[in-house]
Ligand binder design. Structure first.
Ligand code: GDP
Ligand code: MN
Length: 397
């Protein structure tokens, strides 16, 4: 689950990470109230207007602006709120800005004696360890630093049974070129950041820029945070953080009925039980010259209702030229699944305009094939993998 900058900052703040403070609004009439409140609380003279969308590079697209007076604040806020913001990380159409964050200006006006760093915490899958990735080259896009000057990016891996050691936090701060008060503050910053990463069950936490002010404060100015979806059940407060308007609507619909669906770019829809079988099925589709249009695991209970929802999810994708149902009947019996498929097909007859290929293997598979063949419906019942491959090749001809 991706979070917005303002949500991530709130979680960071709860874990003691110093942040650039601010308030959000979705209606421009709240602007005066919020800006007054913020300047009373922080003493800020300037305000930063920041579009809240699930994409980075907002500054480049005109989604982050520093307002030096009330007129600028009003005009930037009203133009950013409701705009279609295009950044290097959005589609060509851009993303609709439903919310803006009005933040204090933490770059003291007229002073250039600040520094911007890059710090992220993420999982290194090849070593199975959490690592801190950091660089002195913050503020600009880190992708081009990684490409052009990879020697300016450093890594610190963390032993999971010990956690972040104090000397590791010190080493990171030191490598960022800090000393004295700013070194101390950076060590605290990194420890709190790591603590936040672990306690929130994040899979990615990226702060770019981390700011060192001229008076040696260390502050998170931006924040990108991804929460591990598998951990959401153990954080009650996370239910409110999901912004469905930012997500793929089909994936959201699937999640709401407990189906595991991932949208892909191909032309063959798949409905499978079990993630391993889903992977094998996707390979099979590729071997037949097709490309999987989705990953869909219907899980252990492939009854008529679930099959029908699954068909609906798959068929909303106009790229789908055929649907392959590949179910292994272990606990769930194939004849029950077959009945479910026939029932779902009958209910959805008008919507189904592409060939349906079904392979049911396992308990009662013979009965299942009989049920499908006897239904008189346009369902191709395959009895082997080569059957499936041939049929896909025919469809794609
Ligand atoms: P991104 O473009 O989506 O990564 O958004 P950021 O939150 O990183 O903001 C983009 C840039 O705006 C930062 O790199 C800063 O240079 C600038 N910025 C952010 N906050 C402030 C601020 O308080 N004052 C000033 N002057 N600039 C800021
Ligand atoms: Mn940024």
């Amino acid at each position: 689950m991706n979070l917005h900058e303002y949500q991530a900052k709130e979680l960071l703040n709860n874990h003691g990470v110093p942040i650039q403070r601010g308030y959000t609004l979705s209606d421009i009439k709240d602007l005066d109230y919020i800006s007054n409140k913020l300047s009373t609380e922080t003493g800020t003279k300037f305000f930063v207007v920041k579009a809240q969308i699930h994409a980075g590079g907002r500054g480049k697209g005109g989604g982050v602006k520093v307002a030096k007076n009330a007129d600028e604040l009003k005009s930037y806020s009203s133009s950013i709120l409701g705009m279609m913001l295009k950044t290097p990380q959005t589609s060509k159409e851009g993303k609709l800005v439903n919310k803006i964050l009005i933040a204090e200006d933490v770059y003291y006006p007229g002073e250039s004696n600040h520094e911007e760093f890059y710090i992220s915490i993420l999982l290194n899958r090849s070593s199975s360890r959490v690592m801190i990735m950091y660089s002195t080259e913050g503020g600009v896009d880190i992708e081009s630093v990684a490409e052009n000057t990879p020697n300016l990016i450093f890594y610190e891996e963390i032993n999971p049974s010990i956690g972040l050691m104090p000397n590791q936090a010190r080493k990171v701060a030191f490598n960022l070129g800090l000393s004295g008060v700013s070194l101390k503050n950076m060590i605290k910053f990194i420890s709190s950041l790591y603590d936040a990463y672990i306690k929130t069950d994040a899979s990615l936490l990226e702060i770019n820029p981390v700011l060192k002010t001229s008076d040696n404060k260390i502050i998170a100015v931006d924040s990108k945070m991804v929460i591990d979806d598998n951990s959401i059940f153990r954080h009650n407060s996370y239910a409110d953080l999901r912004d469905e308007s930012e997500e793929n609507p089909v994936e959201t619909a699937a999640r709401s009925v407990g189906l595991n669906y991932v949208d892909l770019d191909g032309n063959i829809g798949c409905m499978v039980n079990g993630a391993g079988l889903a992977m094998a099925t996707m390979d099979l589709i590729k071997q037949s010259g097709g490309e999987p249009a989705n990953f869909l695991d219907v899980g252990g209970t492939a009854d008529a209702d679930r099959v029908e929802v699954a068909f609906e999810l798959i068929l909303q994708d106009p790229k789908v030229k055929a649907v392959l149902v590949n179910i292994f009947g272990g606990i769930v019996r194939c004849d029950r699944v077959a009945k479910g498929i026939v029932q779902a097909y009958k209910n959805m007859k008008d919507q189904i305009k592409v060939p349906i290929i079904v392979r049911l293997e396992g308990t009662n598979s013979k009965e299942a094939k009989k049920i499908i063949d006897a239904s008189g419906l346009q369902i191709f019942s395959a009895s082997s993998f080569s059957n499936v491959t041939d049929r896909i090749k025919e469809v794609l001809k």
